[in-house]
Design a protein around this ligand. Structure first.
Ligand SMILES: [Zn+2]
Length: 263
């Protein structure tokens, strides 16, 4: 597999320190010396991401690995899944809190169209088969899906075309998250919003479980964002940052937030 060297995905610094306890034998987790962002210092190339590392396959493998390693915890986890739903409303509707209607793009849409019905749905998906499935679904509602890496896919949309963008469990996979966020600026209308959901490096669960925390997935999770690093990313790219899960900022395994384009 071809690997590409990475600088800090938030501030572009090449200086970092190793986090051996949070690394995989083949993939190094490091912390940026300048902005404290945690990330993998290498990424697999897009070719392997499109075919071999398709996240759906990775996820199935990871679930199996966990089950074998920790059968009791995996069993308990499966039996107590309901706890995840207790306080959770519909994440797909979160974009509706900031955007009333119009064109909404789901980056990393998978084989789905879960964009709420008041929007015309668009998608970008790197995995070929998933892109075909979601394209058929979105065309029924007047939109479509581009099969491409995010930056190439975004280039296909006209400037000012989008009212909102959804990045749900996507930005942690992206080798160039800052470039993608920057590319979104011109595609959004003034006041448009990006809803971002990523694994929360600041969660207590991560501190307790260490390398066994569910947010670690090698090598398909390249960026380990916390609330501070997301805020830095938003501000460095001229968006207004808004945290959605304020109360559960240390107990939620995910961060939910908005990047709002200044009008
Ligand atoms: Zn940095």
């Amino acid at each position: 597999m071809q690997k590409n060297k990475r600088n800090c995905p938030v501030c572009a610094s090449e200086h970092n320190s190793a986090l051996p306890k949070l690394s995989h034998p083949e993939w190094n987790t490091v912390k940026c010396s300048k902005c404290a962002m945690v990330y993998l210092d290498e990424s697999p190339d897009y070719e392997s991401l499109s075919e071999d590392l398709a996240w759906t396959k990775q996820f199935a493998k990871e679930k199996k690995r966990r089950k074998e390693k920790e059968p009791i915890i995996a069993w308990l986890d499966a039996k107590t899944r309901w706890r995840l739903h207790m306080f959770r409303d519909d994440e797909w509707a979160y974009i509706s809190d900031k955007v009333a209607g119009g064109n909404v793009l789901d980056i990393g849409c998978g084989g789905l169209n879960n964009i709420p019905p008041q929007f015309t749905p668009y998608g970008i998906e790197i995995e070929k088969q998933a892109a075909e499935i979601s394209d058929a679904l979105m065309r029924k509602r007047g939109g479509h899906v581009v099969h491409a890496p995010a930056l190439d896919g975004l280039a296909e949309f006209e400037d000012g075309f989008l009212d909102g963008i959804i990045m749900r469990s996507y930005l942690e996979h992206e080798a160039q998250p800052r470039q993608v966020i920057e590319a979104c600026t011109n595609k959004l209308k003034p006041g448009g919003a990006i809803y971002v959901k990523v694994p929360n490096f600041d969660t207590i669960n991560r501190a307790v479980r260490g390398i066994d925390w569910c947010g670690f997935r090698f090598p398909d999770h390249l960026n380990y964002f916390g609330i501070a690093s997301l805020k830095k990313l938003a501000e460095a790219t001229n968006y207004q940052f808004e945290l959605r899960n304020k109360i559960t900022r240390y107990t939620n395994d995910n961060v939910h937030c908005y990047f709002i384009k200044q009008s």
